[in-house]
Design a protein around this ligand. Sequence first.
Ligand SMILES: *Cc1c(COP(=O)(O)O)cnc(C)c1O
Length: 394
Amino acid sequence: MLNKLKLLTPGPTPLPEDVRLALAKDMIHHRKADFVRIMERIQPDLQYLFGTQEQVLPLSCSGTGAMYAAVSNLFTRGEKVLVVEGGKFGERWREIALSQGLEVVSLVLEAGQAISAAQVQEALTDHPDTRAVLVQASETSTGVLHPIQDLGVVTKNLDVLLMVDGISAVGISPCPMDAWHIDCLLTGSQKGLMLPPGLALLSLSSRAWDKVKTVQPENFYFNLLSERDKSLNNQTLFTSPVNLIQGLTVSLELFRQTTLEAIYSKQWALTQMARAGVASLGLELLAPTSFTWGLTAIKMPPAVDGSLVLKVAAENYNVIMAGGQGELKKSIVRLGHMGHVDWTDVLAGLYALRQGIVAAGGYLASRTFLENALHAYEQALRSGYPRCTEKEGV
Ligand SMILES: *Cc1c(COP(=O)(O)O)cnc(C)c1O
């Protein structure tokens, strides 16, 4: 059947044509000069993307693999970490930490709420033996953006590492690793990077590397010290995901040519567009104040089953969105707008959302929601995204 699918999920995301063509290239050998040159060429682009001077390591795994690699290399059994649990992915940090025998102190947030630096400061005062804060930059399950820059101000002068799952933030909203004093930043390929799933990227600060050396991880796979040695020679420890790296080369070129500034600007405007459209339909947003720039989480009206909305949107409009996770499964719809997505996609998403809700028995009054959304988009493009300025002390 001839269907033009609109993939508006918070990962995987659509692939630009140039990336798809690069992925289709024939195999080359991962230990030979051609591949080594590719790896050498992408390192400065990766550092630009991450906002770091440190080496950025490609890992052959989905994003969760990088989370596991970070935890298993940086800590030893019995060490205490603070986990910000704002949703499913915060819970994942806790589960990984527990699986490694760490002691976990959780800051559990209500769905839709962001953590504050004061809450983290207080928890660190109550637990002075805490060695790290584990947090998402963007909690994809609820669409919440956590204030990473503020947390960095708290952790940078303490013996506490700031570990940031940036899987739905890197390349989507600002998350400069060095400027924000992030000790571990990681992401996956299938969100902002416009690549298929299966590749993760991870970088550590120099004090995090010092910590890894004291731990001397016993991991055979995901051994970050060995991965770093190889990476400094423009290789990976085991066979590289060659095609994904070739796709990455093109995706990074697109980032460099477009500039991060322009991409953040687009992402901000799409977010404002989605939020304005949703608000003028009279629907509620799950994250009221501190929200992600790559997806919008929308609360369904009380009697409306979100899974039916998704079904109608997919079957009648070829628009693929995501439901909630866990307890939020049927009560929210997540409209993804990260990566290779533009205003026409968000228009389609908003329209399919409205039609889906009406079909599922909801009443929505506005006839002008698409115009309102577009107006917000244009206004946001003109005024630009909120800048982050240097912050000192809290
Ligand atoms: C998508 C996502 C993950 C999970 O990544 P996988 O690639 O499925 O392992 C983890 N954290 C966040 C914030 C995500 O958005």
